[in-house]
Design a protein around this ligand. Structure first.
Ligand code: FES
Length: 123
């Protein structure tokens, strides 16, 4: 279940690995300590998982709606390219995205986040 008690400080279960593998990206709303309605995007590129802040640093487009390619996600609005693990903007179109450490444990995806996951942001 999304948002179950973390095992260590700020380490939370985020989603089932199988669902992420099927969809490639999921937007997750989290209980941010300072901001309401905050979201992260979790990605699967066929080999790796990564979690970034869901709002593109350029003009705030939802990265979970972007195109996932090996190692990267392409912003759906102006096509900036981000590394799904580090958040680095690979084409230097804009600033780097905030990245969160992400783990696969069995068939579960976990991440170190600023707050507890609440729900899927949107389908
Ligand atoms: S909003 Fe993402 S590149 Fe412009």
């Amino acid at each position: 279940m999304v948002g179950q008690t973390p095992t260590t400080l700020n380490e939370y279960y985020v989603c089932p690995l199988g669902e992420l593998q099927e969809k490639g990206a999921l937007g997750i709303e989290i209980e941010h300590p300072r901001y309401r309605g905050w979201e992260v995007a979790v990605f699967w590129d066929g080999e790796r998982v990564g979690t970034l802040e869901n709002f593109c640093p350029h003009q705030g487009a939802l990265l979970s709606w972007g195109t996932v390619e090996p190692g990267q996600v392409i912003c759906p609005l102006h096509s900036a390219i981000f590394d799904i693990v580090t958040g680095e903007c690979l084409d230097r179109y804009t600033y780097d995205a905030t990245a969160y450490e992400t783990f696969v444990r069995g068939d579960e995806v976990w991440a170190r986040l600023p707050g507890r996951p609440l729900k899927r942001a949107r389908v």
